[in-house]
Ligand binder design. Structure first.
Ligand code: UN1
Length: 498
C-alpha cells in the first residue's frame, strides 16, 4: 500500500501547511489499519490568515453579478456529478456509510449546487406599492461578508454544500472547518471548487480541532455569520460565544425522531420505512428514527417483524455492495452506544442486537449490531437522549392522542413520521407534530434539497437550511424607498386625514 498523502489547508487560493507544523490522521472506520490521509492540525493563526484572505476576496466577489456567481456553482455541481463515484468511494472509506448512501450524499451536494446556481438568477426580494404617490418600494438581499462554515462527518459532502452553496451564490466568502472525522471529503470538495474556478480567497479550508479552529472562526469579529451542524452541546457553546458578539448564527443540532405506527397502518411498509431510517447510515443521521411509537393492538407484531428483519441485516465495510449497515464512525461512538445499551437494559426489554460485532475482518472496525428495545417508556433515557447510533426504542401507546403526546414529548423537533391509512389521522398528524419535517407513510429520513431543512425546539435556533429560505441565513435584507415626487412626502402622515 502506498504511503497515505499529507493534505494541506487551502488559503487565498493556495494549498499550504498549517503554522503548527502538526498533522492528524483520518482512518477508515471499517478497518482502522487503513489510513486515509494526514491532515493539517490548523490553529487560530491559520484561521486569521484564512479570514484575511476571505476579506480580501470579498469586495470582488460581492461585485460579481449573482448570475455569474451562479455559473461557478453550476460548474462545481457538474464536476461533482462527473466525479460522483470517486467522491462516494472516498466518503465510504473515510466515514463508513454504505456506498449507495454515499452516492446519495454526493447527489445531495449536486442537487443543492444546481438549486443555488439557479438562485443566482433569482435572489428574490419584494417589489411592492408604496402608500404614497410617485414613490417606489422594494427589498433586496445583500451578502453579510464572511461566512464561517462548521460541519459534521455524517453528511460530509451534502452538509458543507448545503451551507457553502447559498453562502457563495449570495456573495459571501467562506472559511470552512470540516469535522476531523471527515477532512478528506472536505479536501476533495475544495479541490473541485478550485477547479470550478472560484477566485482565490472566496473559499478557504482550515482543518483541525473544533476547540482550536472552530472557536477561532466563531470568535473572529470579521466573520459575520456562522452556520453549524453538530451536537446540541457544541451548538449551545457556539451560541453563547456568537451571542456575545451578536453574530448571525444558524444551528442544526440533535434529533430524537419518532415514527408513529397506528393500528390501521400497512405494517410491511412501516417496517421498511423504520428499518431504513433507523439503521441507514448506522443510525448516525440527525434525522434517524430512534423511536417507534406503536399503537398497542399492533405493537407486538410490529416488534416481531422489526426484530426478524433487523437480525438479518448484513454488517461490514460499506465498500462491499452487499452490506446493509456500515461501522460507527470512531471508537468514542462505539463506547457511547455501548453505554446507552447498559442504560437501556435497566429500562426496557432488549429484543435484538445490543453488542459490538467482531470476528474476522470486523475486528478492525467499529461495528455495532443494530439494536431494538421494546416496552420502552416515553420518558426513559433511551427514549429521550440522542444516541446517534443503531439503537431503536419501541414505545407502546394507546391510540392517536397518546401516540402524538409521546412523539412530541421530547426536547428535540427535527423530523417525525406516521404510518396510517386514515386520511384524517394523517392530516391531524401534519398539523400536530412539533417538528420541522413531517413524513406520511415514509420513514424520518430523505429530505430533499429544495425544501427547508431544520427543526423546532432544541434541534436548532429557528433557522433553516436548504430551499430558498437558506438564503435568509446568509443575507441581510435592505428595504429601499425611491421617491420621485420631487417633494417631501411623510409616510404615515401625509396620506392620512389631518
Ligand atoms: C443530517 O443527518 O444531518 O433527510 C442530514 C436526510 C438527509 C439529510 C440528513 N437528506 O436524512
Amino acid at each position: 500500500m502506498s504511503e497515505p498523502a499529507v493534505h494541506q489547508l487551502f488559503i487565498a487560493g493556495r494549498w499550504v501547511d498549517s503554522v503548527s507544523g502538526a498533522t492528524f490522521e483520518s482512518v477508515n472506520p471499517a478497518d482502522t489499519r487503513d489510513v486515509v490521509g494526514h491532515f493539517q492540525a490548523g490553529t487560530a493563526a491559520d484561521v486569521a490568515m484564512a479570514v484575511r484572505a476571505a476579506d480580501e476576496a470579498s469586495k470582488g466577489w460581492k461585485a460579481t453579478p449573482a448570475p455569474k456567481r451562479g455559473e461557478l456553482l453550476y460548474r462545481f455541481g457538474a464536476l461533482m456529478a462527473e466525479h460522483k463515484e470517486r467522491l462516494a468511494r472516498a466518503m465510504t472509506r473515510e466515514m463508513g456509510k454504505v456506498l449507495a448512501e454515499a452516492r446519495g450524499d454526493v447527489q445531495e451536494g449536486i442537487d443543492i449546487a444546481f438549486l443555488m446556481a439557479g438562485e443566482g438568477r433569482r435572489l428574490f426580494g419584494d417589489t411592492v406599492p408604496s402608500e404614497l404617490p410617485d414613490k417606489w418600494a422594494m427589498s433586496i438581499r445583500q451578502p453579510l461578508g464572511i461566512a464561517g462554515i462548521v460541519t459534521p462527518w455524517n453528511f460530509p459532502m451534502a452538509i458543507p454544500c448545503w451551507k457553502m452553496m447559498p453562502a457563495l451564490v449570495s456573495g459571501n466568502t467562506v472559511v470552512f472547518k470540516p469535522s476531523s472525522d471527515a477532512p478528506h471529503c472536505a479536501t476533495l470538495l475544495i479541490e473541485l471548487l478550485e477547479q470550478a474556478g472560484f477566485p482565490a480567497g472566496v473559499v478557504n479550508l482550515v482543518t483541525g480541532a473544533g476547540g482550536e479552529v472552530g472557536d477561532a472562526i466563531v470568535d473572529n469579529p470579521d466573520v459575520a455569520v456562522i452556520s453549524f451542524t453538530g451536537s446540541s452541546a457544541t451548538g449551545r457553546t457556539i451560541a453563547e460565544r456568537a451571542g456575545r458578539r451578536l453574530k448571525r448564527l444558524s444551528l442544526e443540532l440533535g434529533g430524537k425522531n419518532a415514527v408513529v405506527v397506528l393500528r390501521d397502518a400497512d405494517l410491511d411498509l412501516a417496517v421498511d420505512g423504520i428499518l431504513w431510517s433507523a439503521f441507514g447510515t448506522t443510525g448516525q443521521r440527525c434525522t434517524a428514527c430512534s423511536r417507534v411509537i406503536a399503537d398497542k393492538p399492533i405493537a407486538d407484531e410490529l416488534v416481531r417483524r422489526l426484530a426478524d428483519r433487523t437480525s438479518r441485516l448484513a454488517l461490514g465495510s460499506g465498500l462491499d455492495e452487499s452490506i446493509d449497515v456500515g461501522p460507527l464512525v470512531n471508537a468514542a461512538a462505539v463506547e457511547k452506544v455501548a453505554r446507552y445499551i447498559e442504560i437501556g437494559r435497566g429500562e426496557a426489554e432488549l429484543v435484538c442486537g445490543g453488542a459490538r460485532v467482531t470476528g474476522g475482518e470486523l475486528d478492525h472496525g467499529h461495528f455495532f449490531a443494530p439494536t431494538i428495545f421494546a416496552g420502552v417508556g416515553p420518558m426513559a433515557r433511551i427514549a429521550q437522549e440522542e444516541i446517534f447510533g443503531p439503537v431503536l426504542s419501541v414505545i407502546p401507546a394507546d391510540g392517536y392522542d397518546e401516540a402524538m403526546a409521546a412523539a412530541n414529548g421530547t426536547h428535540y423537533g427535527l423530523s417525525a413520521s406516521i404510518f396510517t391509512r386514515d386520511v384524517n389521522a394523517a392530516f391531524r398528524a401534519m398539523r400536530d407534530f412539533e417538528t420541522g419535517i413531517v413524513y406520511i407513510n415514509a420513514g424520518t429520513t430523505g429530505a430533499e434539497t429544495h425544501l427547508p431543512f431544520g427543526g423546532w425546539k432544541d434541534t436548532g435556533n429557528g433557522h433553516r437550511e436548504a430551499g430558498h429560505v437558506a438564503l435568509d441565513t446568509f443575507t441581510e435584507w435592505k428595504s429601499v424607498y425611491v421617491d420621485f415626487s420631487g417633494r417631501l412626502q411623510r409616510a404615515q402622515i401625509d396620506n392620512q386625514p389631518s
